[in-house]
Design a protein around this ligand. Structure first.
Ligand SMILES: O=c1[nH]c(=O)c2[nH]c(=O)[nH]c2[nH]1
Length: 323
């Protein structure tokens, strides 16, 4: 028995809760679609060690809480900003259940953009199209370990699956050469990647409002955080713009070097951001050998026909942190 393991950590919850919210303002609607993951941590050991479910907030209930809280945006529309919704959801659960100390809420927001119609290209009041695979992402950690009136929140956000490609302005040379190296250095190549980006803000304290169980209660905005510029929703657009601009304009020496420039510019231009992480797959486009047709398609600066390769891909990741 002595070498039986012990429970060193545990959390559980609901993943892939899909929720769609239509906000009706007369005939004009605004829509939000989220994929939500909510994980709980706390005094839940016995549910693992003693099969004692009396400590378990069932995951089906976690899903229902998600629907109920998104409904409360009716009187508190500001919580439809994903950072605020994740913060609100996580805080609500930690305040409601005495034995739950931490929540981890991850949200992916899908892109629904308004369809424009008619000669004057007017945005349609209630019709939308899926505007690409890119997702806005938010991760919020709520920690009530020090007391339910001294809750600490940590917010990070970014984008996933932002697919980009440049057909020039990217080289890769002077790397280690040994008996395994078959890759030729190139002074011009296609650079395509699907950007996953995540930036973090410093942790901050929040005092959850009392009696949040009522759906019609007005939920205060995250004023403390915003006043102290700890968390700032406007970073999203700037971080995305910087990512696209650096990608387009950098004379890239490698995925690594371009990633570093993106991260540095986001830190330099966004006071509240503490760290920026990227994961950048290198989606290879291989020039096709057409020499048998008398066509030089292998000289990097002349290549015009490429074979896009789904797998394998390179994968470069790094975090740039504020000093
Ligand atoms: O930008 C690059 N970084 C690498 O580390 C690498 N490795 C590789 O084969 N191609 C590339 N490209």
């Amino acid at each position: 028995m002595s070498d039986l393991g012990y429970l060193s950590s545990a959390c559980y919850g609901k993943d892939a809760v899909r929720v769609f919210r239509a906000v009706r303002e007369g005939s004009t609607h605004t829509v939000f679609e989220y994929n939500v993951k909510v994980l709980l941590e706390g005094d839940i050991e016995v549910s693992y060690t003693d099969a004692d479910n009396r400590v378990t907030v069932v995951t089906d209930r976690i899903k229902n809480i998600t629907y109920a809280r998104i409904y409360s945006s009716k009187v508190s529309p500001h919580i439809l900003v994903p950072e605020r919704f994740a913060e609100h959801l996580g805080t609500h659960i930690v305040s409601k259940y005495t034995h739950i100390n931490k929540t981890f809420v991850d949200i992916e927001q899908l892109r629904w953009s308004r369809i424009v119609v008619g000669k004057d290209r007017k945005p349609h009041p209630h019709s939308f199209f899926r505007d690409g695979d890119e997702k806005r992402t938010v991760k919020v950690k709520i920690d009530g370990t020090a007391g339910k009136d001294k809750i600490q929140a940590r917010i990070s956000a970014g984008v996933n699956d932002l697919l980009v490609l440049k057909s020039s302005g990217s080289s890769f040379t002077s790397f280690i050469r040994d008996e395994y190296t078959r890759l030729k250095g190139v002074d011009d190549r296609i650079f395509s990647t699907s950007v996953d980006q995540n930036y973090t803000f410093a942790p901050f304290s929040i005092s959850p409002p009392k009696d949040e169980n009522k759906l019609d209660i007005v939920i205060p905005a995250l004023d403390q955080a915003e006043a102290g510029s700890v968390w700032d929703a406007t970073v999203l657009d700037r971080a995305r713009t910087i990512t696209l601009e650096v990608f387009a304009e950098d004379e890239s020496a490698s995925v690594q070097a371009t990633l570093y420039k993106m991260g540095q510019r986001i830190i330099a231009e966004n006071a509240g951001v503490q760290t920026v992480s990227y994961a950048l797959p290198n989606k290879h486009y291989i020039p096709v050998d057409m020499s048998y047709m008398g066509v030089d398609n292998l000289t990097p600066a002349k290549a015009e026909v490429f074979q896009p390769v789904a797998a394998p891909s390179g994968l470069t990741s790094a975090t740039v942190s504020r000093k």
